[in-house]
Design a protein around this ligand. Structure first.
Ligand code: BJW
Length: 224
C-alpha cells in the first residue's frame, strides 16, 4: 500500500458529527467511563444504548463532506494504492465512495451479539430487547471498540503502516492509543508523514509536514 491515511473525528466535524475532545465535544457532555467502556455498559446499558442511538440518528442524517470526497477521488486515481484506517464509527468514507476502509474502532451501523459474536446491520434505534438473528438471545451491543478493548484489524493496520511510502493523519487529536502511535511507527519504517488537522495535536512532532485548517479546505488542497 503506497498511501495510508488515518482519520479521526475532525474529518467528520464539518458534516455535523461531534468530535470528542474539542471544547464542545462529546466528552464534555458525557463521561467516557460511562458511555465508552465495557464497565459503563455493564453498569447502565440503557444510557449507552441511548448515547449510540442518538449518534446513529445524527450519522444517518449527515452527508460526506469535501474532505471525504477528496480521499475517495485519491483512491479512484490510484487504484489499489490508498488505504484509509479510520477511528470513526460513522460510514461517511464509504458513502463518499472510498473502498479500502478499515474501521479500527468499529461501526455505528453494526450490532454485535455478546453471546455468539454474530454481527448484523443495526437499526437506527437499537433496543436492549433486540434479539440476535443468529442465536435468538437478547445480548446485543453496538459494534464499536470501547476503552480497554482491542481495536479491530490491528495486524492488517500495522502491516500497511509499516509498508507505506506516505502516512497521513487527518482530524485526530492523537490522544487515543494504539491509533496515536501509528504515525511514529510509519516514520520509523521510512514513510513520509503528513498531519492535516485544525490545529497542533499531541502527536504533531511525529510528522515531517503539517497543514493546519478545516479538513474541507486542507484535505482537498493536499489531494489535488
Ligand atoms: C478538525 C476539525 C476540522 C476538529 N477539520 N480537524 C498506550 C498504548 C496503548 C494503549 C494505551 C496507552 N495508554 C492508554 C491506553 C489505553 C487506551 C487509551 O488510549 N487511553 C487514552 C485516553 C490514554 N486505549 C484503549 O483502550 C484502546 N485499546 C487498547 O489499547 O487495547 C490494547 C492494545 C494495545 C496495543 C495494540 C493493540 C491493542 C481502545 C481505544 C478505543 C477508543 N474508543 C473510542 C470510542 C469508539 C466508539 C465511539 O465512537 O463512540 O474511539 S474513544 C474516541 O476517541 C473514539 C475515537 O475514535 C477516539 C479518537 O478520537 P479522535 O478521532 O482523535 O477525536 P478527538 O475529538 O480527540 O480529536 C479531534 C481532532 O480533530 C482534534 O485534533 C481537532 O483539533 C480536530 N478537528 N474540527 C480538521 N473541521
Amino acid at each position: 500500500m503506497r498511501i495510508v491515511i488515518l482519520t479521526g473525528a475532525g474529518i467528520s466535524a464539518e458534516s455535523g458529527l461531534g468530535t470528542f475532545r474539542d471544547k464542545d465535544g462529546l466528552w464534555t457532555r458525557y463521561d467516557l467511563n460511562d458511555a465508552a467502556t465495557p464497565e459503563g455498559f455493564a453498569r447502565n446499558p440503557q444510557l449507552v444504548t441511548d448515547f449510540y442511538n442518538a449518534r446513529r440518528a445524527n450519522c444517518a442524517a449527515a452527508d460526506p463532506n469535501a474532505a471525504h470526497h477528496a480521499l475517495a477521488r485519491l483512491e479512484a486515481a490510484l487504484p489499489g494504492e490508498v488505504m484509509i484506517v479510520t477511528q470513526n464509527v460513522d460510514d461517511l468514507h464509504q458513502r463518499a465512495g472510498s473502498q479500502a476502509v478499515i474501521p479500527m474502532h468499529g461501526a455505528l451501523m453494526s450490532a454485535l451479539c455478546t453471546g455468539c459474536g454474530h454481527r448484523w446491520p443495526a437499526p437506527v434505534a437499537m433496543a436492549l430487547s433486540d434479539l440476535c438473528p443468529a442465536c435468538g438471545k437478547a445480548r446485543t451491543r453496538p459494534d464499536v471498540v470501547w476503552f480497554g478493548e482491542i481495536p479491530y484489524h490491528m495486524d492488517a493496520i500495522v502491516d500497511a503502516v509499516t509498508d507505506c511510502e506516505i502516512f497521513a493523519a487527518i482530524g485526530t487529536s492523537g490522544q487515543v492509543y494504539p491509533a496515536a502511535g501509528l504515525a511514529a511507527e510509519a516514520r520509523r519504517a521510512g514513510a513520509q508523514c503528513v498531519e492535516l488537522n485544525l490545529e497542533r495535536s499531541e502527536i504533531s512532532r511525529a510528522f515531517h509536514e503539517r497543514h493546519f485548517g478545516p479538513a474541507t479546505l486542507v484535505v482537498p488542497a493536499w489531494v489535488d
